[in-house]
Design a protein around this ligand. Sequence first.
Ligand code: 6IA
Length: 136
Amino acid sequence: MKVYFAGSIRGGREDVDLYMQIITHLRKYGTVLTEHVGDKSLEDKGEKGLSDKQIHDRDMEWLLSANLMVAEVTRPSLGVGYEIGRALEHKKRILCLYRPSVTPRLSAMIAGAPNITVKPYETIDDAVKIIDEYLK
Ligand code: 6IA
């Protein structure tokens, strides 16, 4: 299985450690195409000098090849919202995870979208259980 993990980059990196923990769990199910989203030093590395267009086109190619999208949507990110919309358009399975203690009111365009599974959680243990249940 190929998993596309989406999490905020320019939207704010406060949750990067959590992203990596989720990615580590997702690896048990297959290849995570976007491990860099959980990489703390991504901003310093500057994604190996790729232009915004190169990043967009490469990520879209990965997204189209994925069987599943898992998005951590606690931190509002334009890029993550865009990726979710594109994944919906291509009828991908989409699981969105968010922490109500940080974001009590998730965007209606995510919370109210058809064909997206949206699950609140608080700890990494909760997230692991939700992912296992979803993929059972
Ligand atoms: O709007 P955002 O930057 O928060 O969007 C984050 C989402 O877009 C993630 O789920 C990624 O899949 C994708 N994305 C955005 N920027 C990048 C990137 N480098 N590399 C890979 N994927 C990206 C950004 C430049 C970096 C040096 C800060």
